[in-house]
Design a protein around this ligand. Structure first.
Ligand SMILES: *Cc1c(COP(=O)(O)O)cnc(C)c1O
Length: 354
């Protein structure tokens, strides 16, 4: 239970009570003289002189319908990065506690832990990038408060098998966070339907990838109501601004476009994976459940520089342990991908001449 692992200061905290959380008008014709806003209007958009809804009820009710999840099971953050930070601050005591992550994985878990002076135990993925669940379990101690799993994993692209996650959820008393930033691109099932079956499971999703809304900064955490309540207590009062709430509400009416984006990206991924695998400079293209490909090449630094010189930016991951000579390529449009292939072709030619 979340209350058994919460930090004492968080247990006892009285959250800031904002003007808009004490009174919210539903009828539409109240005179608001409670929040020191500008009554005449705004130099920006018409609705921007008012503070946003601190609990994003309209937005959550739309998400609730699409995901078939109750509003009380949804937390919205300024990107899922905010949710990661809040989870760590809720349960980890600085200088004392630790989190477990896998390696290689998304960098923000460790960064948030470092900022809060929390240790990160990094458990290496196996050679084929699968998860060594026994090694995770062996590394849990009484100060381990959260385990972050990323599925599909950034940057390796693979997913974690359900039986492993279930074993961990049953064995570990702390929080198990499954980051599903790339779930829309995956054929594997989301863990969303399990949030009420385990009292220590949190699922993260984001509008930054498949939805094409990285710029508005909106991420979701789904969990049991008690855990969500704690996260709402810790967050800044107006963490999701009015523009973000408005744009997200518009976007949620158009799930069809997301399906089309995802279909195109998956189709392009298959083409790119096949064509990349034919180059002499490419050792291996890993299978990916996400919208990127991890590729092992002959010389990642050299290829990276070459691609920059041709105006293409990819992610060089060669300095990460276990990813020597690996690059990560986000799937582009058909045109982007053709340009990338042409540029790698040119690199291959110069390589052969030398
Ligand atoms: C991109 C990404 C996110 C997204 O973070 P936001 O703050 O929602 O933009 C989260 N987790 C992983 C693993 C990612 O790759």
């Amino acid at each position: 239970m979340i209350k058994d692992i919460l930090r004492n200061n968080i247990k006892e905290i009285t959250p800031y009570s904002s003007a808009r959380s004490e009174f919210t008008n539903t009828s539409g014709d109240m005179i608001y003289m409670d929040a020191n806003e500008n009554p005449y209007g705004s130099v920006g958009g018409t609705f921007l002189n008012r503070y946003p809804d601190p609990f994003q009820i309209e937005l959550k009710s739309m998400i609730s319908k699409i995901k078939d999840i109750s509003i009380e099971n949804i937390f919205l953050g300024n990107g899922s990065d905010e949710a990661i930070d809040i989870i760590i601050r809720a349960v980890c005591i600085p200088e004392l506690d630790n989190i477990i992550t896998l390696s290689p994985t998304y960098g923000m878990y460790k960064v948030c832990a470092d900022i809060n002076d929390i240790k990160t135990k990094e458990i290496s993925l196996l050679e084929d990038f699968s998860v060594d669940i026994n090694s995770i379990i062996e590394n849990i101690n009484t100060n381990t408060k959260a385990i972050f799993l990323c599925s599909p994993n950034n940057p390796t692209g693979g997913s974690i098998v359900f039986s492993d996650v279930k074993r961990l959820l049953n064995k570990f008393k702390g929080l198990v966070i499954i980051d599903e930033a790339y779930i829309e691109f995956s054929e594997k099932e989301s863990y969303l339907s399990c949030i009420n079956n385990f009292d220590n499971l949190i699922v993260l999703q984001t509008f930054s990838k498949a939805w094409g809304l990285s710029g508005i900064r909106l991420g979701c955490a789904y969990s049991n109501a008690k855990t969500i309540e704690v996260m709402n207590k810790i967050k800044l009062p107006y963490n999701i601004n009015s523009c973000t709430q408005e744009i997200a509400k518009q976007a949620l009416k158009d799930t069809n476009s997301v399906d089309i984006f995802v279909r195109n990206i998956k189709e392009q991924k298959a083409i790119l994976q096949y064509q990349l695998s034919k180059f002499a400079c490419v050792d291996k293209v890993y299978n990916s459940d996400a919208n990127f490909l991890l590729v092992k090449v002959d010389n990642a630094n050299k290829l990276y520089s070459h691609l920059i010189s041709e105006g293409i930016v990819i992610r060089n991951r060669t300095n990460i342990e276990g990813l020597e000579n690996c690059i990560r390529i986000s799937i582009g449009t058909a045109e982007d991908n053709q340009k990338l292939l042409k540029a790698i072709y040119n690199y291959n030619q110069t390589n052969i001449e030398i």
